[in-house]
Design a protein around this ligand. Structure first.
Ligand SMILES: Cc1cc2nc3c(=O)[nH]c(=O)nc-3n(C[C@H](O)[C@H](O)[C@H](O)COP(=O)(O)OP(=O)(O)OC[C@H]3O[C@@H](n4cnc5c(N)ncnc54)[C@H](O)[C@@H]3O)c2cc1C
Length: 436
């Protein structure tokens, strides 16, 4: 009898822990062919003229893929690395290695699902099935107390029902060993230059160093959870506000599973109050946006969103937008945050809200431009989290009444900043920008 081989197509699930597709493939097949494909689409410019993936995230991605390869090698396997259109390369590899099925994790945003559909169509032509798994959320879609079409639009209601009526599944085991076919050429990790990306400049003012991959993700998660004071929800929340976890970059690329974070936090509290911990509530926001994307799809990408009415824009919005991107608005808090974002790829949630609200409400620039700029710059960019949050701030999302989360970011010019990222240009600034 011939041996069965399953191709595991890694995308935003760059880990061996809690990875259903890897475990399931290793159980169902004699051999597993793990593949990562660098798709040139992600290294082109977006419709708004910004790189889809900027230099900070590109480097983080390369580190993450390298770490996945080394973790797979430790399990006796390999990661085949290719560069090109997945709709050509995945079927080609499937044919070359006589694969009987291809596994991947389902995405929700339209560009990502279009790529899956193209791969699925190409595989059908060679009579192969692309099997979709659900693996990016804390709560499994099938454990929700409502079908996707009936998920409450209000985050508050979503959270209440889900916490009362659903359970987070346990993590999947990591396979002990993965048998892989004999691979003639596993491919090299591309360089940033080969991806068309300039190397990032490591700004000495950055207060946190990111290293891609699940190895560092797990270290950061353990360290962070230990630092939280689990005896007191109030102290826990205070600590988290001052010092957020920094886990988003790893979660967005799937180097870290949210379920793993949840269960580790639960262990620390011995099951008492983790569901109330701030970290877990933040993870629920991530699920919420992802499920909203599943429910509504492309509506989150249009200027008018759910209201079909875009916020007002200024005639000189292109000029104002450029000043904002460069941190030259004349408002210290905003400019410092924008410099920090460009230099490091990260700003905390409050700063993201403040700069987004300033762009939309004060400068009167189309919010889609800001969201596309974030797409390039953020180290943790993830379509549903980014475009969903922007749509909320622009007031065009599905749940405009639920404004508890955006407690009216204070007027930006009343916010003080002692950020080191302000110093480079402040001396030259004379006045604030205005929309005319
Ligand atoms: C305009 C705007 C754009 C954003 N774009 C992104 C993005 O592209 N990718 C991204 O991961 N997050 C995005 N966020 C959400 C949030 O700002 C970041 O997840 C958070 O700041 C990351 O830092 P942390 O890991 O220290 O978060 P923590 O506060 O420690 O939270 C833990 C985790 O919860 C999740 N989370 C927290 N807040 C949110 C939120 N508001 N929405 C969704 N998930 C959340 C993240 O996965 C985060 O890692 C955006 C927020 C705004 C306002």
């Amino acid at each position: 009898m011939s041996e069965k081989t399953i191709l595991v197509w890694f995308r935003n699930d760059l880990r061996v822990h809690d990875n259903e597709i890897l475990l399931e493939a290793s159980r169902r097949a004699d051999k597993v062919l793990p593949v990562y494909c660098f798709d040139p689409f992600y290294f082109t410019a977006s419709a708004y003229g910004h790189q889809k993936t900027g230099s900070v995230r590109s480097r983080f991605l390369l580190e993450s893929v390298a770490d996945l390869r080394s973790n797979l090698r430790a399990l006796g396997s390999e990661l085949v690395i290719v560069r090109g259109d997945p709709a050509e390369l995945i079927p080609r590899l499937a044919w070359q290695y006589k694969v009987s099925e291809v596994y991947h994790h389902r995405e929700v945003a339209f560009q990502e699902t279009a790529i899956s559909e193209a791969v699925e169509t190409a595989l059908w032509k060679i009579k192969l099935n692309l099997r979709h798994f659900i693996g990016h959320t804390l709560y499994h879609k099938e454990d929700l107390p409502f079908p996707i079409k009936d998920i409450p639009d209000s985050f508050t209601l979503f959270k209440k029902k889900i916490e009362r009526e659903s359970k987070v599944r346990p993590c999947f085991e990591t396979p002990d060993h993965i048998k892989t076919p004999l691979i003639a050429d596993a491919g090299e990790l591309p360089s940033l230059a080969e991806l068309g990306i300039s190397p990032p400049f490591d700004d000495l003012r950055a207060d946190f160093h990111y290293q891609g991959g699940e190895t560092t993700a797990l270290q950061q998660m353990h360290q962070y959870i230990q630092m939280l004071d689990h005896s007191s929800p109030a102290k826990n929340a205070k600590y988290h506000t001052e010092k957020p976890s920094r886990l988003s970059a790893w979660i967005s690329l799937g180097c870290l599973s949210q379920r793993m974070v949840y269960h580790e936090a639960l262990k620390q509290t011995q099951g008492t109050n983790a569901s109330g911990s701030t970290l877990i509530i933040e993870l629920l926001w991530r699920d919420y946006f992802r499920f909203m994307f599943k429910k509504y799809g492309r509506q989150f990408f249009s200027a008018g969103g759910f209201k079909d009415e875009a916020p007002e824009t200024a005639d000189n919005q292109q000029y104002l937008f450029e000043q904002w991107t460069q941190g030259h608005t004349g408002v210290p808090y905003i400019d410092a945050a924008m410099h920090e974002l460009s230099a490091t790829g990260y700003i905390n949630n409050f700063k993201r809200q403040a700069v987004a609200a300033f762009l939309i409400n004060n400068l009167k620039v189309e919010w889609l431009k800001g969201a596309a700029f974030f797409e390039e710059k953020l180290i943790d960019y993830s379509p549903a989290s980014n475009w969903g949050n922007w749509a909320f701030i622009a007031g065009v999302a599905n749940d405009i009444r639920d404004d508890r989360y955006f407690p009216g970011v204070k007027q930006a010019d009343t916010l003080e900043t002692d950020s080191e990222f302000i110093s480079t240009w402040l001396a030259d600034s004379s006045s604030q920008l205005v929309a005319i």
